[in-house]
Design a protein around this ligand. Structure first.
Ligand SMILES: O=c1ccn([C@@H]2O[C@H](COP(=O)(O)OP(=O)(O)O[C@H]3O[C@H](CO)[C@@H](O)[C@H](O)[C@H]3O)[C@@H](O)[C@H]2O)c(=O)[nH]1
Length: 478
């Protein structure tokens, strides 16, 4: 290179093919470019995912690079380029299929030539990019869109199989004995895992790659998760850099459906609406949906429910009236007691609306951060992945009441328990007041993390950028 001082990295961001991951990487692109104007950043994904992004005008525009992906070659539905497009039982096939992107990713990188300074920031699920980076002598980082405690526990649970033989309902984690889990907090695909199954093989590869990377960025706040960060450091052998909250930008508000949602919210008093969503890729069963509907009626509280098709039904299929109790939507509409949104809701803006008083969530980490950053307390109903551990954490923070667990038919939902919890969290009572007070304090801590100077997220990201700049100056292509 002509002048070492002039070298600046070209950062490649490679999120996993899922809605819970792509927006956080997009936001990371904004944060990087805001700190280093003119920095080249390329977001790599599949054609359909890139085509679905609505990017605000920016100068220079964010670069996008599409990798060809053919889900049908792996026995997946044609066009299924995101976890949101498939059923939970197909996830493992999708994870394995995602590894077929490697040759196209390598070819993309080879297009940079032998002397371009490139830093790769990948999703943990694309941890194999650590090997690709190493082969080029380029720095590599993993960005975890989830939290520190949730990820550390998730990794530990994969490393201490099998759980099918765990005799006690409760058991401590061997590497973190202070963390005690209940069998119902083990995701259903993990319970039968032995170590020789494809799920375990995939996630153990993920963990091994996370131990090879140069840096781990995590979507959490240093002041909120000191012990989770410590656990993650012990698990991965590198000091994770907390750069959160990395919050998805609100989606553009151009749809007529969205306008009617906000008109409806505008018509109700502050903090009077319970928002309900189970994220972008999970669902509860039809039986559980009906029970939840009855619980909402019994609670007497107003609700806005982003309703995805139930577990096991075709995610793209038509809405089936059997999913809800007879007359439920009509009764809710007549009394202005509730609104069912069939499909996607503008969640970030719903949570920011003053009428929203609480969020019944599966505890996906984006949902947790989006809610608490607005001071909105939670009702937890974790369904899979690390959601059970996120729910445990936020319950310990005093901002979540867990009302149910799991999405199997056998995971019973107690209508009275759900209704009672909704009344408590949304009510003018000591518990509800305390939860709102704690959620507001967390919102302030999240805002402070990005407030310059000295905000912990801003400081962590700056430290990361300096390390990347130092390593690309030493960049020695093979
Ligand atoms: O109707 C909807 C439903 C979801 N969302 C958005 O979709 C995202 C959902 O993300 P999250 O709450 O994290 O849930 P998942 O989509 O389930 O996320 C996956 O990725 C997360 C981050 O790694 C993990 O914490 C979860 O366990 C994993 O399932 C959020 O930004 C929501 O705002 C909407 O805008 N509208």
């Amino acid at each position: 290179m002509a002048s070492e001082e002039k070298v600046s990295p070209h950062v490649i961001l490679f999120p996993f093919l899922a809605h819970g991951h792509v927006p956080a990487f997009l936001r990371l692109a904004d944060l990087l470019r805001a700190r280093r104007p003119g920095l080249d950043v390329t977001l790599v994904s599949t054609p359909r995912i890139l085509g679905s992004l609505s990017l605000p005008p920016a100068s220079p525009p964010l670069r996008l690079h599409a990798l060809p992906f053919s889900p049908a070659d792996h026995g997946l539905p044609p066009g299924a380029e995101s976890l949101a497009d498939i059923q939970v039982h197909q996830f493992i096939t999708f994870f394995q299929a995602s590894e077929s992107l490697r040759p196209a990713f390598e070819e993309f990188l080879s297009g940079f030539g032998s002397r371009s300074p490139v830093c790769i920031v990948s999703d943990a699920f694309f941890g194999w990019t650590a090997d690709v980076a190493r082969a080029r002598g380029a720095p590599h980082a993993v960005f975890l869109p989830g939290g520190a405690f949730g990820n550390a526990v998730f990794f530990s649970v994969w490393e201490h199989l099998p759980h099918a033989r765990t005799a006690a309902d409760e058991f401590p984690l061997p590497d973190f004995p202070g963390v005690v889990l209940h069998r119902t907090q083990i995701p259903r695909y993990m319970l039968p895992a032995t170590g020789a199954d494809p799920w375990t093989a995939f996630f153990r590869r993920v963990i091994a790659f996370c131990r090879k990377t140069d840096a781990v960025l995590v979507n959490t706040v240093r002041e909120l998760e000191p012990s989770g960060l410590n656990m993650l450091r012990r698990s991965l052998g590198v000091q994770p850099r907390p750069i959160g909250p990395v919050l998805a930008a609100p989606a553009p508000s151009d749809s007529r459906d969205d306008a009617s949602i906000f008109r409806w919210l505008d018509a109700h008093p502050p903090r009077s609406v319970l928002y309900i969503s189970f994220g972008s890729q999970n669902s509860i069963s039809a039986d559980q949906m009906r029970e939840l509907a009855l619980a909402l009626e019994a609670s007497g509280r107003r609700f806005l429910w982003a309703l995805r098709p139930p577990l096991g039904s075709d995610a793209k299929g038509a809405f089936d009236p059997e999913w809800l109790p007879a007359g439920f939507e009509e009764r809710a509409a007549r009394a202005s007691a509730g609104l069912v949104v069939r499909g996607w809701a503008p969640q970030v803006r719903v949570l920011a609306h003053p009428s929203t008083g609480a969020f019944l969530t599966h505890c996906g980490w984006n949902s947790v951060l989006e809610s608490l950053s607005r001071g909105v307390p939670l009702l937890g109903w974790p369904l899979g992945a690390e959601q059970f551990f996120n729910a445990k954490l936020v319950a310990e923070w005093g901002v979540c009441v867990e009302v149910a667990r799991g999405n199997l038919e056998s995971s019973a939902v107690d209508k009275e328990k759900v209704a009672g919890a909704v009344r408590t969290v949304m009510g003018e009572n000591a518990t509800g007041d305390e939860m709102r007070r704690k959620a507001a304090a967390i919102a302030r801590a999240m805002a402070a993390a990005w407030e310059a100077p000295g905000g912990s997220a801003a400081e962590s990201l700056e430290g990361f950028l300096r390390c990347v700049e130092a390593s690309v100056r030493r960049y020695a292509p093979l």
